[in-house]
Design a protein around this ligand. Structure first.
Ligand code: ARG
Length: 472
């Protein structure tokens, strides 16, 4: 089938043909294109739009093509894209008098939109399953690290004690939203443009409900102009993927920091590290670094897609073809980054002693001393904040540690600031400054105490079960 033998007198130059061809990335569409043709021809047969024996011959050729696979297509002729290559295959098999009916009431414009949606549905589910598996393992790891207290940061300065489990569950919650975002997008991907034809549907009495059902779409797109030109399902998906890899990049960034000599909170597994060609002592977190950088590529792809889309008039324009490779690139990068980052994260080991040391250092527990003053002596929190701030200030000046803060020291400062003495017992003060106690006291849902983290783990396990069941 050579489309050029009718309207056009001259062949396209090789340069122009190569420049405008989409074949390189159309391999992603092969299975979907065969499926799409199959459903369309079955519908044409069912509605008596083409003869039964013609339809059967085409369907047989498509079945054979599905078995033989992408490699059996002939790309040597002047084929613009996968759709022409598939039609050529069928023509070679059953002759043009039969194969020529296959394109009745269909255009490559609705076909390509349908194909992309079919392939993307599967890719979204693959990524989503990857996310669920990562979350599942994070929950397991959290349960194993519920009692490992360390320090949490704001502004990358010591803030308050947390547990390693709480941190893992923070990753899990973020990934859960990334998963849910994809579920939401999936609803809009799962809509059928087939039947829109070039842009105005067709005068043949096609049955759009039937192709929608055969291709497993939820519904069909109700406007044919929208059907062939809409690609917001692509930008939306790539946004979701870029948000997912941003989560992964953030995890990587944290693990890179935590694995430094200065933090010394975790050790990366050798299997996800490399060394230096000159400095023999080096253990570098290269996997995390590359993942951090690759996530930037998806952000770039998103901007590329949005920029192509923003100035295209209705309806189909060939520009749309240039969007699809950026989609597949984003899907590939997101999937491989998800896989490697989850393996790397799960293989870290945690330095328990260092964690506790950090949690007890640098006055990370003193918010609770202020809380104790409010609870025990009914003074306003702002007053307590001022007193404790002064306690820290003076302790640093006098080179004292939290272990040195006792009742006398506190009341000396209280006095200096012009407040009534608090007379808090030293053991109460010391208890409030203990990082393990600090974490235990946070019995509020969403908090780091082992009970609350277990609650969060249980809720997450219920979510995982429900979602795994849906995907089976
Ligand atoms: N290869 C095209 C694309 O990916 C699909 C075919 C529509 N081509 C056309 N010239 N109307 O968008």
């Amino acid at each position: 089938m050579n489309l050029r033998s009718g309207r056009l007198n001259k062949k396209m130059t090789t340069g122009a043909a190569e420049y405008t061809s989409s074949l390189d990335s159309d391999r992603y569409l092969f299975d979907s294109d065969v499926k799409c043709n199959f459903a369309h021809v079955l519908m044409l047969k069912n509605e008596n739009i083409i003869d039964e024996d013609i339809a059967d011959k085409i369907l047989e050729a498509l079945t054979k093509l599905r078995e033989e696979g992408f490699e059996s297509l002939d790309f040597n002729r002047s084929v613009e894209d996968i759709h022409m290559a598939v039609e050529n295959y069928v023509t070679d098999m059953v002759g043009s008098n039969v194969a020529g009916f296959m394109h009745t009431a269909k255009s490559r414009n609705d076909q390509v939109a349908t194909d992309i949606r079919l392939t993307l549905r599967e890719k979204i589910i693959e990524v989503q399953l990857g996310i669920l598996k990562f979350i599942e393992k994070l929950v397991q790891k959290a349960e194993e690290h519920k009692d490992i207290v360390t320090v949490g940061y704001t502004h990358l300065q010591h803030a308050q004690p947390i547990t390693i489990a709480h941190s893992f569950m923070a990753y899990a919650q973020s990934l859960k939203r990334d998963y849910e975002r994809l579920s939401d997008t999936y609803k809009r991907v799962n809509q059928n443009p087939l039947g829109s034809a070039a842009m105005t549907t067709t005068s043949f009495p096609i049955n759009r409900e039937l192709t929608t059902k055969l291709l497993g779409f939820n519904t069909y797109l109700e406007n044919s102009m929208d059907g062939v030109s809409a690609r917001d399902f692509i930008s939306e998906t790539v946004f979701d993927l870029s948000t997912l890899t941003t989560t992964l990049s953030k995890i990587c960034e944290e693990l890179v920091l935590w694995s430094t000599y200065e933090f010394d909170v975790i050790e990366m597994s050798d299997e996800f590290s490399s060394t230096s060609s000159i400095m023999p002592q080096k253990k570098n977190p290269d996997v995390a670094e590359v993942a951090r950088a690759k996530s930037a590529v998806i952000n770039g792809e998103l901007v590329t897609i949005m920029t192509i889309l923003k100035a295209i008039p209705y309806t189909y324009n060939r520009d749309l073809q240039e969007i699809t490779p950026h989609l597949w690139n984003s899907v590939e990068i997101a999937y491989e980054t998800l896989k490697i980052v989850s393996e790397m994260t799960l293989s870290i080991s945690v330095n328990k002693n260092r964690c506790l040391e950090l949690a007890g250092a640098n006055f990370a527990t003193v918010t609770d001393l202020a809380d104790v003053m409010v609870r025990e002596r009914k003074i306003p929190f702002r007053t307590a904040h001022k007193i404790v701030g002064r306690i820290v200030n003076l302790s640093i000046e006098m080179d004292l540690d939290i272990g040195d803060i006792d009742s006398r020291f506190v009341d000396g400062i209280v006095n200096d600031l012009g407040f009534d003495k608090l007379e808090l017992p030293t053991d109460l003060i010391q208890k409030s400054l203990d990082p393990i106690e600090n974490v235990k006291m946070r019995q509020v849902p969403g908090g780091p105490s082992p009970e609350m983290v277990q609650l969060a783990c249980n809720n997450m396990k219920n979510f995982l079960k429900e979602e795994f069941d849906k995907k089976e």
